[in-house]
Write a protein that binds this ligand. Structure first.
Ligand code: ATP
Ligand code: MG
Length: 490
């Protein structure tokens, strides 16, 4: 790694700094942006620390907003097109306020000097400040040396720093993954010693670091250290269950190792968050479903149980519902049967319906990562390409009751029945027929069928309707489970 000696500070940031200095307030670029500049990377955002207090900052700039409990004032740049410069955050010097309940900061305490502010920061590489006017680096804790050595080390005594705020342990792992740095040995020892304090950290804060780990280029670096040090349980106890768990002969890796390898592939492919999480969790229920049968381990139903476990894990971590819903669909259907020799278009159609058209290509990405993560992929890329072309073929076919050429209203008229469950059963039967063959989605044919179905006795219609519904929802699944059992594939 070569450090870039020339700092490239955007004009917007320089102006803010000049305004603050002209009002006699000290101010410096600080934290992640200084670290990234020195690494020759484009900073994600620009943070300034200053001797000015929030009200004094607000008075100096036209368009500001007072952000949060940390005393941060955002200066808004309307004219820029660079998203990292739309808001530049200015925070008064602060000092370590402590987290006596390990959960909430005890309150914000202003500090008088830059030194105090830098001292409360987590790692030496995050505690560098840059005087923008003089283009001078203020490096009180050998942060530049650690940057050059690619080392993550706490500012001051690691045991104290992790006791003040346990989340820092997870942040150390996150930066190891993001930057590809090693964690200094004393810092690592302190993580091992203090890991149980993570129990008190709020799930939201843990989730935010977990997301950053997952979104880094090499998530298995952080998750690998977490595995070795026994930190996984603080993200989710479910993660630990697959550690060291052997699978059958077709798998070169243990359950957890397979998940980590799959996730690294998803990161390499730059898949979005919900796909990466699904990749990490797709086999999460293997430990729940493992059975010794016919001289080998089987994991029947790990996809169904997996969706439940996934929901639990992500709800515990307070993920938004929108993400949870997507991930659990992907986990639920990751075992889709893809033998294009035996599979029918109607089964592919049902799979698109199950996972939804919005997520079908994400499901293919989950499978691709799963394949690579096994080390010796059984499934040929040719077969998957063929499956993809089958998806394309069925993508425009009707897959929901809404897309049928007859509506609930039509059914009521044709069969002269009043609103009630009968209509739903009839529509479900029609859909089932259309899923088998989309050419049947034609008014003449469907109207005839409605007439026929309307003559059935109520209990017979109910029976056929429920059968159609469960077939619509899971035919592919049943079909594939049977075939897989028959061929001894798991
Ligand atoms: P990124 O580029 O991912 O935003 P960052 O270093 O800016 O990385 P942030 O979480 O945005 O990370 O935090 C900004 C800065 O605030 C850090 O560089 C660090 O100096 C300080 N900081 C953040 N969280 C903590 C913490 N829990 N304890 C001590 N200092 C912290
Ligand atoms: Mg930041």
């Amino acid at each position: 790694m070569t450090l870039k000696p020339k700092f490239n500070i955007p004009e917007e940031v320089k102006i803010i700094s000049r305004v603050l200095w002209s009002a006699k307030f000290e101010n410096f670029l600080v934290g992640g942006c200084v670290r990234d500049i020195l690494l020759g990377k484009k900073p994600k955002d620009w943070d300034i620390t200053t001797s000015a207090l929030p009200r004094e900052i607000e008075a100096l700039f036209e368009n500001t907003f007072y952000e949060n409990a940390y005393g941060t004032v955002g200066v808004v740049n309307d004219t820029t097109t660079d998203s990292t410069l739309k808001v530049v955050e200015i925070t008064p010097y602060r000092t370590e306020s402590g987290y006596s309940d390990f959960r909430h900061p005890d309150g914000v305490k202003w500090a008088k000097t830059l030194e105090e502010d830098l001292k409360r920061r987590d790692f030496t590489i995050n505690a560098l400040a840059l005087d923008i006017e003089k283009v001078e680096l203020i490096d009180l804790f050998d942060g530049e040396k650690d940057l050059k050595k690619n080392v993550i080390r706490t500012v001051g005594d690691p045991n104290e720093r992790f006791t003040e705020d346990a989340l820092r342990m997870l942040r150390a792992l996150r930066f190891a993954s993001e930057l590809g740095f090693a964690i200094d040995s004393d810092t690592l020892l302190a993580i091992d010693k203090n890991k149980n304090l993570l129990e008190h950290v709020s799930k939201e804060r843990i989730r935010d670091e977990f997301v950053k780990i997952i979104m880094s280029d090499n998530p298995s670096v952080a998750l690998g250290i977490a595995t070795q040090l026994g930190l996984l349980q603080y993200i989710s106890p479910e993660f630990e269950r697959g550690v060291g768990m052997e699978q059958n002969k077709a798998h070169a890796y243990t359950v957890w190792e397979h998940l980590l390898r799959s996730l690294d592939h998803a990161a390499k492919k730059n898949y979005p968050l919900h796909v990466r999480i699904a990749v990490l969790l797709h086999d999460i229920a293997k430990p729940h479903t493992r059975k010794w049968q016919n001289e080998q381990w089987t994991f029947y139903g790990h996809d169904v149980v997996g969706a439940k476990v996934t929901k639990q894990i992500l709800t515990d971590l307070k993920f938004p519902k929108e993400i949870i819903d997507k991930v659990l669909k992907l986990v639920r259907w990751h075992m889709f049967f893809s033998d294009t020799e035996t599979i029918t278009l109607s089964a592919v159609r049902r799979m698109v319906r199950n996972v939804t058209p919005e997520l079908i290509w994400d499901l293919m990405d989950v499978r691709a990562a799963d394949r690579i993560g096994t080390g010796r992929p059984k499934e040929s890329p040719y077969r998957l390409r063929k499956y993809h072309s089958m998806i394309e073929e069925v993508m425009r076919d009707p897959i929901s009751v809404k897309q049928l050429k007859v509506s609930g209203g039509d059914v009521m008229k044709i069969a002269s029945i009043t609103p009630g469950p009968k209509i739903g059963f009839i529509l479900e039967i029609l859909l089932s027929e259309v899923l088998d063959d989309p050419k049947r989605n034609e008014t003449g044919y469907l109207e005839e069928r409605v007439k026929e179905l309307a003559t059935l006795p109520e209990n017979e219609l109910r029976k056929q309707g429920s059968e159609a519904r469960s077939r619509n929802e899971s035919e592919d699944e049943k079909e594939s489970e049977e075939i897989k059992k028959k061929f001894g594939v798991k």
